[in-house]
Design a protein around this ligand. Structure first.
Ligand code: FES
Length: 142
């Protein structure tokens, strides 16, 4: 688990130096245990629920919600991946439509960081329990 900081003290990137927009990629093909013929699929319903929940928010979104075809996490769908420039990326699984508010809140916390590292205890439970993998940011040119 990523409870510890990944940067030496004083070396965390500045929030002002990164793009504030992040992307939540939502797999729209996930079945989440439902029949293959179910329509719309559980992932597509989660994607639509996220879009609708975001439209109800007053704030301009810092989170772009994008449809993805498959995140190679089919056995633990519904699945989503959170990424942003200069930030660690995360893949989450076991997501449901009931979690849209927590997903958006967690994505907003992530967007508020320069490196994608939200303190473990501050993350929504769905992010703590559903994390599948994290991927380091693309190295900056030397
Ligand atoms: S079908 Fe959703 S992760 Fe593969």
């Amino acid at each position: 688990m990523d409870h510890a900081a990944e940067h030496a003290p004083g070396q965390r990137p500045s929030r002002d130096s990164v793009d504030p927009m992040v992307t939540l990629h939502v797999c729209v093909n996930c079945l989440a245990g439902e029949d293959r013929d179910s329509h719309p699929r559980a992932g597509a319903r989660l994607y639509q629920a996220l879009l609708e929940a975001q439209q109800r928010q007053d704030q301009p979104p810092e989170v772009h919600i994008a449809a993805a075809e498959c995140l190679s996490n089919c056995n633990r769908g519904c699945s989503a991946a959170l990424c942003g420039a200069g930030r660690w990326s995360y893949v989450y699984g076991d997501l449901t439509e009931a979690a849209v508010d927590d997903l958006l809140a967690g994505a907003a916390q992530y967007a508020a960081t320069a490196d994608g590292l939200v303190p473990w205890r501050e993350r929504p439970t769905i992010f703590r329990k559903g994390v599948i993998a994290r991927i380091p940011p693309v190295p900056r040119p030397a």
